[in-house]
Ligand binder design. Structure first.
Ligand SMILES: NC(=O)c1ccc[n+]([C@@H]2O[C@H](COP(=O)([O-])OP(=O)(O)OC[C@H]3O[C@@H](n4cnc5c(N)ncnc54)[C@H](O)[C@@H]3O)[C@@H](O)[C@H]2O)c1
Length: 251
């Protein structure tokens, strides 16, 4: 039986968007539990600072996740991966009628296609090893919709359906695939929305949860660490809200 001390020890992970926000919380948590982590992020400086803080277990590949060829070669060069956390994402905060096809393509490229690309790159190695954990960061927007985030919500809905499909195709290889749906989490992404929407938006976000507060990257990282661990081997195809009860609060 897997003990609490060795549930993640010695495993090898990639975390997209691991330089800041929720991703940085996930990197810190996995490294603390003994996992080797490769951060894939555009922001090389923030990623290097985090790696220096975490010590020898964390390394960095500066890559734009919308460059699917680059994603593939970085992962191929890195070697086998046990855990893939598809966390990178962007939102736009604009009513749908004010968005353009270029906006849609950019949001889908980061929030959905990059998830395909990383998963496609890591699955053959996981299948050969007979072990793997895919954890995809969706959003409560996939369940509830989002005012000012229609394309984002659609992409996240796609992430949920994709994850379930991957869980079905890969269960026989000992690979699990699950989604985490954060609610409002205090990160640079959320702060950029508040900069546009003002303090009223912040209060509305807090009020949309049962617990009446924003979440933290650590709140999400704790759920991800469980789903990524050896001890979660009988959990697959699931969607876990980490949103202060937002799904229930919305009725
Ligand atoms: N913060 C929230 O309230 C919230 C709520 C629900 C879901 N989420 C989801 O959680 C995930 C993390 O969000 P966050 O709030 O930490 O975001 P964030 O903006 O704070 O951090 C995102 C990270 O992804 C990186 N990134 C963005 N585009 C990239 C690209 N093209 N290539 C490589 N790296 C790229 C950024 O450099 C950054 O380090 C996202 O998928 C987001 O949709 C966040």
């Amino acid at each position: 039986m897997t003990g609490l001390d060795d549930r993640l020890d010695g495993l090898r992970a990639v975390v997209t968007g691991g330089a800041k926000g929720i991703g940085a919380g996930i990197v810190r948590r996995l490294a603390r539990e003994g996992t080797h982590v490769l951060i894939l992020d555009l922001d090389a400086n923030a990623a290097q600072d985090l790696a220096a803080e975490c010590g020898h277990l964390v390394s960095v590949a500066a890559v734009d996740l919308t460059d699917l060829g680059a994603v593939n070669s970085v992962i191929a060069d890195h070697g086998p991966v046990d855990i893939a956390v598809n966390n990178a994402g962007v939102d736009q905060h604009a009513f749908f009628t004010r968005t353009t096809p270029d906006d849609w393509r950019r949001l889908l490229a980061i929030n959905l296609e990059a998830v395909f690309a990383v998963t496609h790159a890591v699955l053959p190695g996981m299948q050969a090893a007979g072990f793997g954990r895919i954890v995809n960061i969706a959003s409560e927007a996939a369940r509830l919709g989002s005012r000012g985030g229609a394309v984002y919500a659609a992409a996240k809905g796609g992430v949920v359906a994709f994850t379930k499909s991957i869980s079905i195709e890969n269960a026989r290889f000992g690979i699990t695939a699950n989604c985490v749906m954060p609610g409002p989490i205090d990160t640079p992404l959320l702060r950029s929305a508040v900069d546009k929407g003002g303090e009223g938006l912040l209060k509305a976000m807090e009020g949309a949860t049962l617990l009446g507060r924003l979440g933290t990257p650590d709140d999400v990282a704790a759920a991800v660490a469980f789903l990524a661990s050896r001890e979660a081997g009988y959990v697959t195809g699931e969607v876990l809200g980490v949103s202060g009860g937002m799904g229930v609060a919305a009725g």
